[in-house]
Design a protein around this ligand. Structure first.
Ligand SMILES: NC(=O)c1ccc[n+]([C@@H]2O[C@H](COP(=O)([O-])OP(=O)(O)OC[C@H]3O[C@@H](n4cnc5c(N)ncnc54)[C@H](OP(=O)(O)O)[C@@H]3O)[C@@H](O)[C@H]2O)c1
Length: 270
């Protein structure tokens, strides 16, 4: 059975920019009521919650930090109060990154990235599972990364957080099978968004390498399609597929190539 946006209720984290913003709009345009979460209220309030009632096809902005337990509890309260405790889709999209060698980074970078990219979505999901159990063909869509399938140098904390999300998604999918809740892992590769403007503890000379990039709209379209088809996993872009499937076929080759490409110093200006 397909997942249908019309008259459904969704939660999207990281809705103020990039993929989350595009996906929120796409869901709302297709008749879904979206509870849109991000820290920057001014970037989500334009959707204007109206009265915050169960007004399908609308967006209810909820400003807050998903690493804050009180914020996660507020999300649950909104669903209980306005949607009879029922949720059809949870999109764990909010995420942050950082670039640079692990040995030269602060403890803070590891902590912050793991908090936002893994602990917060995992705990938000735990909080909302009872609501998803009451939903129609419910889906948990986790926005991972191709770097959650094959790690690369200079993004160790980010890769670790996305590997954690990948492993947790696989385990949860099997655990929830009998409940009818699908877990869809969407793994984009480089995407044009605000992501590289908000890197944590990253020197200005650090840049990201990629094999091409997609627009946030295109990634959101693919995620929406994966949600509707209730897919288990999708890996996006040709470059992303080459990295992931190349690693599955010949991991030593990928290890050798990536070790060659990793500079000895922090000068990654290419
Ligand atoms: N861009 C890429 O190349 C790329 C590639 C693969 C995967 N991804 C993944 O795609 C997802 C979306 O990224 P994007 O490219 O769309 O980047 P983006 O434009 O920077 O969007 C990130 C979103 O997360 C929100 N966010 C960050 N920390 C938060 C927190 N503590 N609480 C609540 N919201 C928070 C941000 O909003 P506020 O700042 O307003 O809170 C923003 O809306 C991320 O999980 C990322 O890891 C991105």
């Amino acid at each position: 059975m397909q997942w249908k946006a019309r008259d459904s209720v969704a939660v999207v984290t990281g809705a103020s920019s990039g993929i989350g913003k595009c996906l929120t709009q796409l869901l709302a345009d297709n008749g879904c009521h979206v509870i849109a979460i991000a820290r920057r209220a001014e970037k989500i309030n334009h959707w204007s919650a109206s009265d915050g009632s169960a007004n399908f096809g609308a967006v209810t902005p909820l400003a807050g930090d998903i690493t804050d337990e009180n914020v996660r509890n507020r999300v649950r309260s909104v669903i209980d109060a306005n949607h009879s405790g029922k949720l059809d889709l949870l999109v764990n999209n909010a995420g942050v990154g950082g670039i640079g060698k692990f040995a030269e980074a602060t403890t803070d970078r590891l902590r912050k990235i793991m908090e936002v990219n893994f602990f917060a979505p995992a705990e938000l999901t735990r909080n909302l599972l009872p609501c998803l159990m009451l939903g129609k063909s419910p889906v948990i869509c986790n926005i991972g990364s191709v770097l959650g399938h094959r790690a690369v140098p200079d993004k160790s904390e980010y890769c670790a957080s996305k590997f954690a999300m990948h492993g947790w998604s696989d385990a949860l999918r099997a655990e929830l099978f009998s409940t009818g809740i699908q877990v869809t892992l969407v793994s984009p590769s480089t995407t044009r968004s605000e992501f590289f403007d908000s890197l944590i503890d990253t020197a200005p000379n650090q840049s990201s390498r990629s094999l091409g990039h997609w627009s946030a709209e295109r990634v959101a379209d693919s995620a929406y399609s994966a949600i509707r088809k209730r897919r288990s996993e999708v890996i996006l872009s040709l470059g992303g597929k080459a990295l992931v499937y190349g690693d599955r076929v010949a991991p030593p080759l990928l290890n050798a190539i990536l070790a060659q490409r990793s500079p000895k110093t922090t000068d990654a200006s290419d």
